[in-house]
Design a protein around this ligand. Structure first.
Ligand SMILES: *Cc1c(COP(=O)(O)O)cnc(C)c1O
Length: 303
């Protein structure tokens, strides 16, 4: 089953090979710490997921965080490092707390101009953008992006993580990635479930169509209650501000039967606490209307 899943994932991501890890967290930590060492410089979006940050720390590489999706800032930082030094640019594809999409086309141009490897974390992009294939597919750069990483635990509804890349990188990880080598593999049931979910995603195009319709409908509903929603992805951050107000709104939603998680520091910057709403293909219009109506009431009650 592992071989089947890895072959399917490689096909799905349009790469030579893929490697399954026990979680997305372990995939990030194990990949970055294997590929980077103290002689490398890693350029990391400031809003990247904690597992990317931990991988960077474990690698002992020099880490330069650039302002969120700021290509100009990244370029400045790249210029400051010796052209021949080893470099890695790493980014979330769809940012987990903001729902926006990384400018991967521009990051790719910079990676070639400045001789850097490019890695994208598709935890929230697989099953959502690029016809479900993720950020590289969204930009038509599947053959160009060096490392596409993801999780089996979100849209695929199982548990596990993976890395898709060329054979050289995957073979290297098999031999060098400590979170891959020193942890017992997932159970066949987890792998079977992920494989089945991948088949559904590939064969039933109605799932993605329903998801996209719901994303559009949710954005329209939020805009109609005065919340600016511009994203093309299922993640809708509703900025509230203080921790206390965010918890009040979250509890109000919860009592009305809606899960609207309160996201607070350190997951997001201080003063930017938010409710994170996520729409799925399984929701319907009545439910989305109800969420927006209830959210509107909850926010009005704050004042
Ligand atoms: C959830 C997430 C992960 C971790 O994946 P798990 O399989 O839950 O460990 C990694 N990166 C990003 C961007 C995520 O959102």
């Amino acid at each position: 089953l592992f071989t089947d899943l890895e072959r399917e994932l490689a096909k799905f991501k349009n790469t030579e090979k893929a490697l399954v890890f026990n979680t997305g967290y372990m995939a990030n930590v194990g990949t970055i710490s294997a590929i980077a060492d103290k002689n490398m410089t890693i350029f990391s979006d400031e809003l990247n997921h904690a597992s990317i940050i931990d991988g960077c720390r474990l690698s002992k590489a020099t880490v330069k965080a650039y302002s969120h999706c700021d290509v100009e800032k990244l370029k400045c930082l790249l210029k400051q490092v010796d052209r021949n030094a080893r470099k890695l640019i790493v980014t979330d594809g769809v940012f987990s707390m903001d729902g926006d999409i990384a400018p991967l086309d521009k990051l790719y141009e910079l990676s070639r101009e400045y001789n850097a490897l490019l890695m994208v974390d598709d935890a929230h992009a697989t099953g959502t953008i690029g016809n479900g294939h993720g950020t590289a597919a969204y930009y038509g750069l599947e053959k160009e992006v060096d490392i596409q990483l993801g999780t089996l635990s979100k849209s695929l509804g199982s548990v596990g993580g993976y890395v898709a890349a060329n054979s050289t990188i995957i073979d290297y990880l098999v031999n060098m990635s400590r979170s891959f080598i020193f942890s017992t593999a997932l159970s066949p049931a987890d792998i079977g479930a992920a494989l089945a979910a991948l088949h559904v995603l590939e064969s039933d195009t109605s799932v993605l169509r329903r998801l996209q319709n719901n994303v559009n409908y949710m954005a329209d509903c939020l805009n109609s209650i005065g919340i600016c929603a511009t994203n093309d992805t299922p993640i809708f951050p509703i900025l509230i501000g203080s921790n206390e107000d965010t918890l009040t709104v979250s509890n109000y939603l919860y009592n009305a039967g809606i899960i609207g998680t309160a996201i607070r520091p350190p997951t997001v910057p201080v003063g930017e606490s938010r409710i994170r709403l996520t729409v799925t293909a399984a929701h319907n219009k009545e439910q989305i209307d109800y969420v927006c109506r209830t959210l509107d009431k909850a926010i009005k009650e704050l004042n």
